[in-house]
Design a protein around this ligand. Structure first.
Ligand code: NAD
Length: 439
């Protein structure tokens, strides 16, 4: 099939490359010249494991193309995916649909033959209806259908998630769109991936419901971790015992500094706003948002407590800036709130991240943070070292070397990567999440 993908960010680029790898002919479009210039030379502007090779292979084999010319790409396509950003709107937390509607208007002018416009961006219920109206108004003679196909991939494992998803959700209002999307995803039939067809508005809601549920799961285990600390119980074992129940499952039960990233924070807020506007508030989601917000702030208090209540003029090493490992995405990363709170209390921060430095440097000036070259450089002369993101390289740190370079051996492990015995034997004072000292 001939496919255009509008928006070549984390979702658009991964989707485009994977769809090309299935054998389709794909043109990825972006209005960011620099991004497209890089991609035309097979340079991938984001870090996502395996994506460089996938893009290079599919360019070489002539199935994957890049352009800033949206009209050219759309006029040749049978299917057009919209994968532009839908950030939180300033002020009220609703999803900002400016980019989606702008893309829809541009697409409208370029439609030639019958085209299925598929919204892959995460958008509130009813956005597909509005996209349809926008296109109809801009181009009353166009033959098209608008479908919803929310994306569930996770950054850091995006290719595997796209190629082997638990399910594909497609919302359509007519059989033509259903047939076209069946053909788009036919290559996944071999993997027996369930494709669920439903109405457009329902598909839009499935995405928000999924993210809100996962955010609630994380928030639930985080609150239980605090309870474990009060009751001298072990959150790791509570999570294990809980997750072994098939009805619950083990995933998203890792206590930590609170969820972040480019999706959960904005999607939970957008869902809560949608529900409030519909006069059917989702109180569990509203509580999740509030609890997570508090949690992220409280993490800095833990670091301060580990430094005997004062961080003014002290140096804190921070390991991890991205919101999770294996990505360079720092959007809404807990590390940013923690660093800010530590700075507010007068601390000097030295931070290291394997991939997040460039993005972080756009938000934090070098006056705010010293960007270290490795974990030991981050720990140099530090009064405490905090693990915020569980990158693999932080899992087997040379503890003796750390101790040598630090001013005082204090480790605050917000991801429960280590255990008391190991760290205390290395001469550190150890602080973790929801685990009693003797564990
Ligand atoms: P992103 O910011 O990485 O990429 C969006 C891209 O769209 C940018 O490169 C931007 O330049 C481009 N763009 C914007 N308007 C355009 C236009 N009119 N024409 C051409 N290009 C345009 O965003 P992302 O992380 O890929 O997210 C995209 C959508 O997918 C969002 O709705 C997000 O919620 C959803 N989503 C994201 C993830 C994730 O893990 N990142 C997972 C599932 C769903």
């Amino acid at each position: 099939m001939r496919i255009a993908v509008v928006g070549s960010g984390y979702v658009g680029l991964v989707s485009g490359a994977c769809l090309a790898d299935f054998g389709h002919t794909v043109v990825c479009v972006d209005n960011d010249n620099e991004k497209i210039e890089a991609l035309l030379q097979a340079r991938v502007p984001i870090f996502e494991p395996g994506l460089d090779e996938l893009v290079a292979t599919n360019i070489r084999e002539g199935r994957l193309h890049f352009t800033t010319d949206l009209a050219g790409a759309v006029s040749n396509a049978e299917v057009v995916f919209i994968a532009v950003g839908t950030p939180s709107r300033h002020g009220d937390g609703h999803a900002d649909l400016t980019y989606v509607y702008a893309a829809a208007r541009e697409i409208a002018g370029a439609i030639k033959d019958f085209t299925v416009i598929v919204d892959k961006s995460t958008v509130p219920v009813g956005t597909g209806d509005e996209v349809e109206r926008v296109i109809r108004k801009a181009n009353p003679v166009a033959r098209f259908s608008v479908a919803s196909n929310p994306e569930f991939l996770r950054e850091g494992a995006a290719i595997a998630d796209f190629k082997h998803p638990d399910r594909i959700v497609v919302g359509v209002e007519d059989d033509m769109a259903k047939e076209v999307l069946t053909n788009v995803y036919r290559p996944l039939n071999l993997n027996r991936v369930p494709i669920m067809f439903t109405r457009r508005r329902t598909a839009e809601l499935v995405k928000y419901a999924s993210n809100a549920f996962l955010a609630m799961k994380i928030t639930f285990i985080n609150e239980l971790a605090d309870l474990c600390e009060s009751l001298d119980a072990d959150i790791q074992d509570v999570a294990l015992g809980l997750g072994l129940d098939n009805r619950i499952g083990p995933k998203f039960l890792h206590a930590g500094p609170g969820y972040g990233g480019s999706c959960f924070p904005k999607d939970t807020i957008a869902l809560a706003r949608t529900a409030q506007d519909a006069a059917t508030p989702l109180r569990l989601v509203e509580s999740t948002i509030a609890i997570n917000d508090q949690r992220r702030r409280s993490m800095a208090r833990r670091v301060i407590a580990a430094c005997d209540g004062v961080v003014r003029d002290k140096t804190i090493g921070v390991l991890g800036l991205t919101f999770k490992p294996n990505t360079d995405d720092i959007r809404e990363s807990p590390a940013l709130s923690i660093i800010q709170a530590l700075k507010d209390r007068g601390a000097k921060v030295r931070a290291y991240d394997p991939k997040g430095r460039e993005a972080a440097a756009e938000l934090l000036s070098s006056d705010d943070v010293y960007f270290a070259s490795d974990p030991y450089d981050a720990a140099a002369d530090a009064d405490a070292l905090v693990i915020v993101t569980e990158w693999d390289v932080f899992r087997a740190l040379d503890l003796r070397r750390l101790r040598e370079v630090m001013k005082s051996p204090v480790l605050v492990d917000l991801r429960n990567v280590y255990g008391y015995t190991q760290i205390e034997q290395a001469g550190f004072s150890y602080h973790c999440i929801g685990r009693p000292r003797q564990a």
